[in-house]
Design a protein around this ligand. Sequence first.
Ligand code: PLP
Length: 365
Amino acid sequence: MPRPIEALVHTAALAHNLAVARRLAGDARVWAVVKANAYGHGIERVFGALKAADGFALLDLAEAERIRACGWRGPVLLLEGCFEPRDLELCSRLGLWHVVHAAEQIDWLAAHKTHEPHRVFLKMNSGMNRLGFAPQAFRGAYARLNALPQVGEVSLMTHFSDADAPRGIAHQIAAFSAATADLDGERSLSNSAAVLRHGGTPGLHNDWVRAGILGYGSAPDFPEHDIAHWCLKPTMTLQTRLIATQALQRGDTVGYGSRFTAERPMRIGIAACGYADGYPRHCGSGTPVLVDGRRTGTVGRVSMDMLAVDLSDCPGAGVGSLVTLWGHGPGGAVLAIDEVAHAAGTIGYELMCALAQRVPVRTVD
Ligand SMILES: Cc1ncc(COP(=O)(O)O)c(C=O)c1O
């Protein structure tokens, strides 16, 4: 028998969340961001549910080939553009649009032989200080690109550092707008947090929004807001079963390092899920978990293949009981991945991307 752990990818929830993005995006077109193997869900698994998007934005050529192999003929955007000159050959062959964030990428384009001019998204560093041309260098890059026969349409983009946080996006919009006011081209500025929180901000104009995490049912600004607030649904469930129970006496400890000590007699269950499955080791006792749909908490340290859960309020639970680590539980119960991430001092993105290879994945409606 295989271990009872499995992950579920919920296609109806993916489609629902995409519809939320589309509604909030207004007239803008929506990139479904499927980098990092669709945030750990699997590009091929999410494709059917997300093909109502206007395009797919992703990281590298391997992912682009996979989305084309799914049968997608529409726009595909490489979010970091090319990593070396020969990447341009595949861009030409697969009709990929690509970000241009550095002068070297323009040099490569200038030396590239292609029949079809490329569509590029010129990226401004408006304050994130990660990728992109500084505002004062942006117009020069724009002019260079427009002069190249290898380049067709030039679109303009930037990326927000604080769309989910108090600092917000106004300072970056100001930098972007000042440097691009009279430049032709479609604009793409907003990520999920900007779509959710900053629609209608003066000066924010998107022809394309880039919706990543919201599509996967995680709130970028948790705990300020949760997915219920944003009307999003979890798209990934991690579930397993209890494989043992233990009756503890007062003073008994649980797991490596004896991090938990029972203050009274209590029952715990041992679930077949550990950090080697992608469950975070850095969450302390009390991290929320569902047992047969009932909310309880973890107990002690997470080990490689197992973790312990408190069964004090789950009298009917025993070996075989369903344990939902995140996502959808029985009876309509929901445990947002953000709650688990928060308990581990991280974000939903990291947990979904870190789902381990060894966990079998099933696609459900
Ligand atoms: C350039 C760019 N656009 C869009 C996204 C999507 O962000 P989110 O998942 O927060 O919507 C990312 C993700 O990091 C990104 O790097």
